[in-house]
Design a protein around this ligand. Structure first.
Ligand SMILES: Nc1ncnc2c1ncn2[C@@H]1O[C@H](COP(=O)(O)OP(=O)(O)OP(=O)(O)O)[C@@H](O)[C@H]1O
Ligand SMILES: [Mg+2]
Length: 291
């Protein structure tokens, strides 16, 4: 599978907030990626950097020569004169029959194509923009929260189109159902780092929950062990304590210091997962970066 976009060490900071912390990743052909993360995690920033409309502070996002980018510009103002067909032909250089065929996929028929673009309803204007984007024959779509600006019927048409789309896309959405319907790979941005997971968003959530439970259990176990050791110093600690000129407290504090260093468990590496766990897809690069 050829690569369409390759990013290396992408970093972005706003003021004192590190939004993206040295992300390295690539997007292959036929990738169906759902990009998730909390509000303000950096999804839009990452998409903008990929689209070239925002500059990264560090690193590069390189579009390969075989890639044709498609970005839906929700803020584009449509012409206040001419026809929708004229707009599509002028913007894409495609023949009328091709424009009409693509437009029909989105319910824009002859009467709509004869109208002045700016006089279309909001939903139909978005359809005209989608048709325009798709007529440029993109093979990598970057879609930021399409649910927010497409009316339901346009969204359903677009969703149906994407299910059979042969190119790649990255879509952000807080709508789990949309992501479940469209995406087979999940990317999550959290605290500046990117986790890439080769499965849908629900499988990813289940995997993440298991990881968190494992970390909590391990931390609890380590904490218990640490407390036990603190209560009864080890034999060697007692021996050291009994040597002349050496204080017991110093060796005990060294011992507890060593234990506290291993006190916090981090995510279990996918390789050490149990067989049951291993049957699930595992993240290819659990943390492309970490802070
Ligand atoms: N131009 C800017 N100037 C200052 N801060 C910014 C700018 N753009 C984004 N940010 C901040 O960077 C962080 C990431 O923003 P971004 O829009 O990428 O998040 P997001 O994951 O898309 O959020 P949402 O889910 O709300 O769409 C936020 O804290 C935001 O306030
Ligand atoms: Mg956003």
């Amino acid at each position: 599978m050829r690569t369409l976009l390759s990013a290396n060490g992408i970093g972005k900071t706003f003021g004192r907030q590190v939004v993206l912390d040295g992300l390295t990743f690539s997007i292959p052909e036929k990738a169906r990626i759902g990009l998730i993360g909390r509000n303000g995690a950096g999804k839009t920033t990452l998409l903008r950097i990929m689209a070239g409309t925002e500059e990264a502070d560090t690193g590069t996002a390189r579009l390969m020569p075989n890639a044709r980018l498609g970005v839906l510009d929700q803020h584009e103002l449509l012409p206040t004169d001419g026809t929708v067909m004229g707009y599509l032909e002028n913007a894409t250089g495609r023949p009328e029959w091709e424009c009409a065929k693509m437009a029909a996929n989105f319910g824009l028929r002859a009467d709509a194509l004869r109208m002045v673009p700016a006089t279309l309803s909001g939903g139909f204007q978005m359809r005209a923009k989608i048709v325009r984007m798709l007529l440029a024959d993109p093979n990598l779509l970057l879609l930021d929260e399409p649910v927010n600006y497409l009316d339901l019927s346009t969204l359903l048409l677009f969703e149906r189109f994407l299910r059979t789309y042969q190119g790649s896309y990255v879509v952000t959405s807080h709508d789990r159902e949309l992501l479940m319907n469209l995406c087979t790979t999940t990317w999550e941005i959290a605290r500046g780092a990117l986790t890439t997971f080769p499965g849908d968003v629900e499988t990813f959530s289940a995997w993440k929950e298991e990881q968190e439970e494992y970390v909590a259990r391990t931390n609890k176990r380590l904490r218990r062990r640490w407390r036990r050791r603190r209560r009864s110093p080890t034999v060697s600690a007692r021996k050291r304590a009994s040597r002349p000129g050496q204080r017991a407290s110093s060796s005990t504090s060294r011992s507890s210091g060593r234990n506290s260093a291993t006190f916090r468990a981090t995510c279990r590496s996918p390789r050490s997962a149990s067989p049951a766990r291993r049957s699930r897809p595992e993240p290819r690069s659990a943390r492309t970066t970490s802070r």
